[in-house]
Design a protein around this ligand. Structure first.
Ligand code: RP5
Length: 171
């Protein structure tokens, strides 16, 4: 039987999938059950409100919300729940995500959205941040996150060694 999802990943359109799947990849790697849903602040406002207002009672603990353009989705979701909301601004217009970054990050006082970087780095970090929140009550998950950091450090050391070989071979 599949585990009940602890994290909800929302995106404003199926065109956001290419970037938002990075969040799903990280959660899967960390062993965290999640669900992914397309819902729009502007095109399906009632569906968005319903999801946000009922996800806590279904067991969701953290929400990751990606949207591009006039990206109100994370803020609208945050208005309907006190679960932690992690916003991911996406580049989907000629403004290359700056529009979405400002719309997501500039929340009025009282309704917080923890806003990540634009694009894939933001989706990746949103999932790691969600994992860090959940790890507060899950020592095994905290250890998997520490492992992930150790793996990254080893990769940097390997890259540095490869660089030293290139430096030594300079003509
Ligand atoms: C936003 O508008 C979505 O999050 C997406 O990034 C952008 C464009 O959506 P589509 O026109 O591709 O459906 O609401």
């Amino acid at each position: 039987m599949a585990l009940e999802p602890l994290v909800g990943i929302l995106m404003g359109s199926d065109s956001d999938w290419e970037v938002m799947r990075e969040a799903g990849r990280v959660l899967k790697k960390m062993g965290i059950a999640f669900e992914m849903t397309v819902t729009s602040a502007h095109r399906t406002p009632e569906r968005t409100h319903r999801y946000a207002a009922t996800c806590r009672q279904r067991g969701i603990r953290v929400l990751i919300v990606g949207a591009g353009a006039a990206a109100h989705l994370a803020g609208v979701v945050a208005s309907q729940t006190t679960l932690p909301i992690i916003g991911v601004p996406l580049s989907s217009t000629d403004l290359k995500g700056l529009d979405a970054l400002l719309a997501t990050v500039q929340m009025p006082g009282g309704i917080p959205v923890a806003t990540m970087a634009i694009g894939k780095a933001g989706a990746t970090n949103a999932a790691l941040f969600a994992a860090q929140i959940l790890a507060l009550g899950d020592p095994a998950l905290a250890e998997r996150l520490a492992d992930h950091r150790r793996t990254m450090a080893t990769q940097v050391e390997d890259k540095n060694q490869a660089l030293q070989q290139l430096v030594a071979a300079l003509d």
